[in-house]
Design a binder for this molecule. Structure first.
Ligand SMILES: [Ca+2]
Ligand SMILES: [Ca+2]
Length: 103
């Protein structure tokens, strides 16, 4: 059960990242980078396009969190509960859950 929601969130993050960059050429590269969580050394590929106001944190607004499930996931990633996901928090989270995605 938990695993499914984690995958959903990650897929969501990727979709949001791809959508916000709107650069199709980056699509393949992005997918390659997130295929395996422990290969996601360059979290900024996901992080930077999501942090639209460039304050170093991804807010719920920036993620477009609009349902309960994603709010729960957001809290889980935001370990210091400052209402923003830092790049390190995202990195830790992806490493922790060892997400493997096939897109
Ligand atoms: Ca931000
Ligand atoms: Ca945080």
């Amino acid at each position: 059960m938990k695993k499914v929601s984690l995958l959903e969130l990650t897929a969501f993050v990727i979709v949001a990242a791809v959508a916000s960059t709107t650069v199709n050429a980056n699509d393949a590269a992005l997918k390659e980078k997130v295929v395996k969580a422990d290969e996601v050394v360059e979290t900024n590929v996901l992080f930077t396009p999501l942090d639209t106001d460039k304050n170093g944190l991804i807010s719920q607004q920036e993620l477009g969190v609009n349902n309960k499930l994603l709010k729960e996931q957001f809290k889980e990633i935001d370990v210091n509960a400052d209402q923003g996901i830092s790049e390190q928090e995202l990195k830790n989270y992806l490493a922790k859950v060892d997400i493997k995605i096939n897109i």
